[in-house]
Design a protein around this ligand. Sequence first.
Ligand code: GRF
Length: 201
Amino acid sequence: MNIAVLASGNGSNLQAIIAALKAKKIKATLKVVFSDKADAYALTRAEKAGVPVVAHLSAKDFSSREAFDAAVVALLKKEKVELVVLAGYMRILSPVFIKAFADRILNIHPALLPAFKGAHAIADALHYGAKITGVTVHLVDEEVDHGPIVAQAAVLIKPNDTFETLSSRIHKVEHELYPKTIDAFVRGKFKVVGRVVTKVG
Ligand code: GRF
């Protein structure tokens, strides 16, 4: 199966996915890495790894969110991408995108959804005084951090945790959970009924 990773920033999850692909822990082909940010380090990581198509488009060159997403969808379809993996992609996907890849878009979020949605989930959990947070992999629908949950893992918050120490433990869990979940998804071992995603083998 051809996959694409979309990232706006550092790309540490992308790196973990690349490592898992090389180790054949994900049975798929990474055809495209795309970013909406020209200076995303994820693009450098993709180039170093020899990903066939490493692409960037800037939203300011498009008249609307839909026009931008249509261009990204066209790029992904041209490369026959079947699964879109969001890894720190900081744009909300429009219906144009969601419909083009219905139930074929995964996202990773650094909290146990539906708790702590949004762009500051790690800091929010810490400041809220939560004792447990974690990582969620979910299918993407038209609402932010909302689609059916595919996999979750808990991370305990320690009394003396700082943003840095907690982030580092959460990222470690992300880098294990995401490749594992992508591989399971690629092998078609999930059934989606309404909001409920069931592993069927
Ligand atoms: C991760 O924490 C992910 O959960 C969130 O964005 C961050 C991306 O980090 N969606 P990186 O770019 O993969 O290092």
